[in-house]
Write a new protein. Structure first.
Length: 290
């Protein structure tokens, strides 16, 4: 079963999005009895200005004052949920470009899960959170406030999807929620089948047969993880998953993607990226280990 392989790393801004990030991060850390790091990123005011050393000194004083205030505010927010002075929680203040500073600090602490905010009042993913999801070395939870509902796992029955189903089963158990699994049957993918109609579209009989076979595979998958339901729905994967989060409803959707390094890390699968950007609930992105 899914379990974070290291501490929980909560990256928070000092705004309203911090509440949900901290709540979910504290709950996960407490459940697994592992350490929690709470980190806020500040702009790097200290610049190298050899011609104006007095400005560099001014920036150093500004940074020290800003860090002290940020630490005070963050400690107060964390203190509403957990003892910030206890050994189970540590507050970090980092400097630099936000997404890269988050990833570097998470890797330095050996984080097993990064929790970030949704990034806007409209619950759309901010550019910062999106970059963290794309580049992080470990699973990333994008925490959004949402209606209570099930945990929804998206699968295409491929190897990268297997960790997502496993993680969804674990999260359903931890949250005390029902687990549902969904597979989107995109007819376009099968449009080049040999027995398509003259219009170039897959015939109704073939489509029904494929969906029946997929449903049998889904039923087997659902039984393995004790899911309440396994759905095979016709349509494009991203819109089908997003629609399901609304209609079920779901308070967490779990998607899988490849865990790659180097340049191949720059892009999530298009489906995972669309779900991360568009969902109105929390999204957990789980990587297949290379």
């Amino acid at each position: 079963m899914f379990r974070p392989t290291g501490p929980i790393f909560a990256a928070v801004r000092l705004d309203e999005t911090a509440t949900e990030v901290l709540r979910q991060a504290v709950e996960i850390a407490g459940y697994y009895k592992i350490k929690l790091y709470v980190c806020s990123i500040l702009p790097d005011l200290i610049e190298v200005r050899p011609l104006f050393p007095q400005l560099q000194l001014d920036n150093a004083f500004q940074s020290a004052e800003l860090e002290a205030e940020a630490r005070r505010v963050l400690s107060a927010r964390v203190g509403e949920l957990v003892d910030p002075e206890g050994g189970e929680c540590e507050i970090l203040i980092e400097y630099g470009t936000e997404h890269s500073a988050i990833i570097q600090a998470a890797e330095r602490t050996g984080a097993g899960l990064i929790v970030v905010g949704h990034g806007s009042h409209e619950r759309r993913l901010s550019g910062i959170s999106e970059r963290v999801v794309r580049h992080a070395h470990c699973p990333v939870l994008v925490a959004r406030p949402s209606r209570k509902g099930c945990v929804l796992a998206a699968t295409d029955f491929s190897d990268p999807a297997a960790p997502a189903v496993d993680a969804a089963a674990s999260e359903a158990k931890r949250r005390g929620r029902d687990l549902s699994i969904i597979h989107a049957f995109d007819i376009v993918r099968f449009s080049i089948a040999a027995d398509t109609t003259q219009s170039g579209r897959i015939s109704t009989d073939v489509c029904d047969r494929i969906q029946k076979e997929l449903q049998q595979r889904m039923d087997s998958c659902a039984r393995e993880v004790s899911a309440k339901s396994g759905l095979v729905v016709r349509g494009a994967a991203d819109t089908t998953i997003l629609d399901a989060t609304e209609h079920l409803p779901a308070d967490l959707v779990v998607v899988g993607t490849h865990g790659r390094t180097g340049l191949s890390r720059l892009a999530l699968g298009s489906v995972a990226e669309a779900v991360v950007r568009g969902a109105n609930c929390s999204v957990l992105v789980v990587r297949q280990k290379a």
